[in-house]
Design a protein around this ligand. Structure first.
Ligand SMILES: C[S@@+](CC[C@H](N)C(=O)[O-])C[C@H]1O[C@@H](n2cnc3c(N)ncnc32)[C@H](O)[C@@H]1O
Length: 391
């Protein structure tokens, strides 16, 4: 029998990288995961039955890592140093230090990894940390292939472009060496040969994802029946009411939006439209009530109306969810129209009174997880609250 890859998962969070590994059908075993955050580790343990090593990755030594005899490393270091909303301090940001430190251990290891897979936000590729990463990897004999890809290119109606770096240590090589040392914006060819992704529809350039890509509708990612029942033929696209086109600038928060959203302080157990505490009920009514809990407050609609990004069950795209989702409505992620009274994107901006009739709600954590392609058997443990789930 062929040997399984032994894998280390750095910055394991709630296990997204491990799920990707499983989805990719890689024969590998995660021999250890590392994360400093106890709540993230609770979620990871709940789903995988193994608690990651809880500590600062920066304190690991080459001797520590050699003990695992790992062939491959998965890394998703903190994104804040490189995000558009952040100060973009890159490697000057303390949160960037552990990543470079861990790469710098490689030449000191007796059993250095053969493969690396790293993920980060768009913006990383122009950072100092990226420069340092490439320098270290080249020095220790790795070849790299880099990508900026979005779920939209894989038929998932979610606009969330991300940077990915694949690295192999020589004498290993990539199947297509012509892509070495390049930043590509199309999926690797073995994925694009799939009949599910039209060849002319997956290109992504200059940060603008192509419209009209053949994504599945958002409705396929919703967890319960909404009262909105779309026509099967309807093929609307989501839109940003702020600029009417862009998915990207909806990710921008303004301080104003954060301060004035009008959302209540705590929606863990509160109907955020009425402010009433939601009672637990059994049976059929449960879904309805559970979804009521996610209703967008009328005060937020009145305050932020056309600045909210509204999507419909048949929309083919929605905006990236940020950790301020559920607290603020502007620039934190898309809101779902669940009313039966409108089933297509209106030609012009809606009046506040019409917006109120859309029965807007937030996406539930399960739906957010679905859009991130987490599997159906992924769950949060009961003590992890709504805000921690979106974090
Ligand atoms: C971008 S998130 C990782 C997301 C992850 N792929 C997932 O699916 O949840 C970064 C993670 O790194 C962890 N982290 C940040 N700095 C760390 C450090 N110095 N040592 C250990 N963990 C760290 C954070 O707690 C966070 O869970």
């Amino acid at each position: 029998m062929e040997e399984s890859w032994r894998i280390l998962e750095f910055y394991s969070g709630i296990g997204g990288m491990r799920y990707s590994l499983m989805r990719a059908g890689i024969r590998g075993v995660v021999v250890e995961a590392f994360d400093i955050n106890d709540k993230a580790n609770d979620v990871y343990e709940h789903n995988f039955g193994h608690r990651p090593f809880q500590g600062n990755i920066q304190t690991l030594t080459a001797i520590d890592l050699d003990k695992y005899g790992a062939h491959a490393w998965l890394l998703s270091p903190p994104c804040q140093p490189y995000t558009r909303q952040g100060l973009q301090k890159g490697s000057a940001d303390a949160r960037a230090v552990s990543f470079i430190k861990i790469l710098e251990l490689i030449p000191h290891m007796l059993h250095p990894p053969l493969l690396l897979f790293m993920e980060n936000v768009v913006g990383f590729e122009t950072s100092n940390t990226h420069k340092q990463m490439i320098k270290v990897l080249t020095r220790v004999g790795f070849v790299t292939q880099e990508y900026i890809l979005s779920p939209l290119q894989f038929k998932v109606p979610y606009s969330r472009p991300r940077y990915f770096c694949l690295a192999k240590r020589k004498p290993l090589s990539f199947q297509h060496p012509s892509c070495n040392n390049q930043l590509l914006r199309t999926p690797p060819s073995h994925l694009t040969s799939s009949s599910t992704i039209p060849k002319d529809r997956h290109h992504f350039s200059d940060g603008q994802e192509e419209f009209g890509i053949s994504c599945e509708p958002i409705r396929n990612f919703l967890e319960a029946q909404t009262s909105y029942n779309p026509q099967p033929e309807y093929a609307g696209v989501s839109f940003c009411l702020k600029c009417n086109v862009c998915p990207a600038n909806c990710e921008k928060n303004t301080d104003d939006a954060l301060v004035n959203s009008g959302a209540p302080q705590d929606i863990e157990n509160t109907n955020i439209r009425t402010g009433n505490i939601v009672e637990e009920v059994e049976g059929a009514k449960e879904d309805k009530i559970a979804l009521d809990k996610y209703a967008v407050p009328i005060s937020s609609i009145e305050r932020w109306g056309n600045a909210m990004d509204i999507v419909y069950p048949d929309s083919k795209r929605c905006c990236c969810f940020t950790k301020s989702y559920y607290r603020y409505v502007k620039g934190t992620g898309s809101l779902l129209a669940t009313s039966e009274s409108i089933n297509s994107k209106p030609a012009k901006k809606l009046e506040i009174s019409s917006l109120k009739e859309l029965c807007l709600r937030f996406f539930t954590p399960r739906e957010v997880a679905n859009l991130h392609s987490f599997p159906a058997d992924f769950h949060f443990p009961p003590h992890i609250g709504l805000r921690q789930q979106i974090n």
